[in-house]
Design a protein around this ligand. Structure first.
Ligand code: NAD
Ligand SMILES: NCCCC=O
Length: 424
């Protein structure tokens, strides 16, 4: 209950300072202030949620013959290392810190060197809220600092959010120390639009699935499978809406797409579009650099959100995570065919389906090999729901009750009520 009170106080301070933290996050990452506010809201909700669970950590009582019994205790792991990506800097830190602290652990958090700012504010807020000195710590740095944390003998667990190649290295380092690890990695998720969907919702869902945070979202539904019967009408509407997305200064109220994280990443995303064209995809809209009118923004890392048509499953843009505002549209004819194609990927983070047929919706998500599935919506993040991947997208879960298991360990106590019968 004491941990709960401190987390609730931290959540209250975040709510109170929402605007200031959101502004800092926009400067940190380049996402629109509109979205940064949502991220901050999800962050304080996460702290409130785990404040609610902190007092519920409990074990089991198990009866044994002759009045003996056993019981289990959920105990903290110790010092947990959190290593974060740059796309949701404050939110990722809260998704790790809240369950870690609720379970009684300490955390050392390393943000991405591209977004060092807001997690420092989180540490200050924890201190103001009453988190004891040294319980939540921030270290800045890149790969070398991350490696140091993973190898450190006092670190008991590693919770990592980032790319698959780095995830592989983290798992290797964790293996050397026999440390449990949570891996929240990348994706190339399918979004399946059946012809019996509510079209406007499906179009909204496709935009949500592709263009939040400049498309730099791990669970984005970037392979948009559309039933051929509605391919033209759906595509036309998606293109029309994509062209209306307001790009520019992320601190302006009406901006809905800000700047990508840095020049090399922007060049990488542009490279994927160039390759898509070479492989036969058609750019239906966007894809070019965007130069805002404001002269102070002219060297910013802006691009127009892009919709690709004429895509096939073997194209690089359909197989690899682009992590930018690029949607690939793929027609399909039957449910069986689309499920098979949707699952034909090394990733398994998320998936979505739009249909009015509720039986079909549940049948399809049951068949998807993905950890986070949406029916008739996409990319909302209720903190009550466990989030995490299948296959190369990682394992372990953040959010929901499930995360408590990943930040605690189970001790079993066996209690003898009779005499000891020795076999010797
Ligand atoms: N599944 C999820 O919840 C989730 C959420 C956000 C982002 N992501 C993924 O993250 C990726 C983008 O983020 P990124 O470019 O920051 O990823 P990244 O793997 O390059 O870096 C992630 C973090 O790991 C650190 N790091 C890099 N090399 C390291 C090493 N050898 N040892 C220890 N730490 C090291 C970085 O400094 C950074 O803090 C995308 O693939 C995206 O899908 C996943
Ligand atoms: N809504 C946050 C999703 C985290 C993945 O990038």
């Amino acid at each position: 209950m004491e941990r709960s009170r401190v987390l609730l106080e931290a959540a209250r301070i975040i709510r109170e300072q929402r605007e200031e933290i959101a502004t800092l996050e926009t400067i940190n990452n380049g996402k629109s202030i509109f979205e940064a506010r949502v991220d901050i809201d999800i962050s304080w909700q996460c702290l409130e949620y785990y404040a609610g669970l902190a007092g519920s950590l409990a074990g089991e009582h198990i009866q044994l013959p002759g009045g003996s019994f056993g019981y289990t205790r959920r105990e903290p792991l110790g010092v947990c290392a959190g290593i974060g990506a740059w796309n949701y800097p404050f939110q990722v830190a809260c998704w790790k810190a809240a369950p870690a602290l609720a379970c009684g652990n300490a955390m050392v958090f390393k943000p991405s060197p591209f977004t060092p700012l807001t997690v420092v504010r989180l540490a200050e807020i924890f201190t103001e809220a009453g988190v004891p000195k040294g319980l939540f710590n921030v270290v800045q740095g890149g790969a070398a600092t991350g490696q140091f944390l993973c190898h450190h003998p006092d670190v008991a667990k590693i919770s990592f959010t980032g790319s698959v190649p780095t995830g592989i290295k983290i798992m290797g380092m964790a293996a050397k120390g026999i440390k449990p690890v949570t891996l929240e990695l990348g994706g190339k998720s399918p979004l399946i639009i059946f012809s019996d969907c509510a079209l406007e919702n499906a179009v909204n869902g496709a935009l949500m699935a592709n263009f939040l945070t400049q498309g730099e979202v791990c669970c984005n539904g970037t392979r948009v499978f559309v039933e051929r019967k509605i391919l033209d009408v759906f595509t036309k509407e998606v293109v029309k809406r994509t062209q209306k997305i307001k790009i520019g200064d992320p601190l302006l109220e009406d901006t809905r797409m800000g700047a990508l994280i840095n020049r090399p990443h922007l060049d990488r995303v542009q490279g994927f579009i160039k390759q898509a064209k070479e492989q036969g995809a058609e750019v239906l809209c966007g894809g070019d650099l965007y130069v805002p009118d404001d002269p102070k923004l002219k060297n910013g890392y802006y691009m127009q959100p892009c919709v690709l048509g004429n895509c096939t499953d073997d194209m690089t843009c359909v197989k690899e995570e682009i992590f930018g505002p690029v949607m690939s549209i793929l027609p399909f004819d039957t449910e069986e065919e689309v499920v098979e194609r949707a699952n034909n990927t090394k990733f398994g983070l998320a998936g979505g389906v739009f249909t009015r047929d509720i039986q079909k919706a549940h049948r399809v998500v049951a068949a998807l090999k993905a950890g986070m599935c949406f029916i008739n919506n996409y990319n909302i993040s209720p903190v009550e729901l466990p989030f995490g991947g299948y296959k190369a997208s990682g394992f372990g879960r953040e959010n929901g009750r499930a995360a408590m298991e990943y930040y605690s360990q189970l001790k079993t106590v066996c209690v003898e009520m009779g005499d000891v019968e020795s076999v010797f």
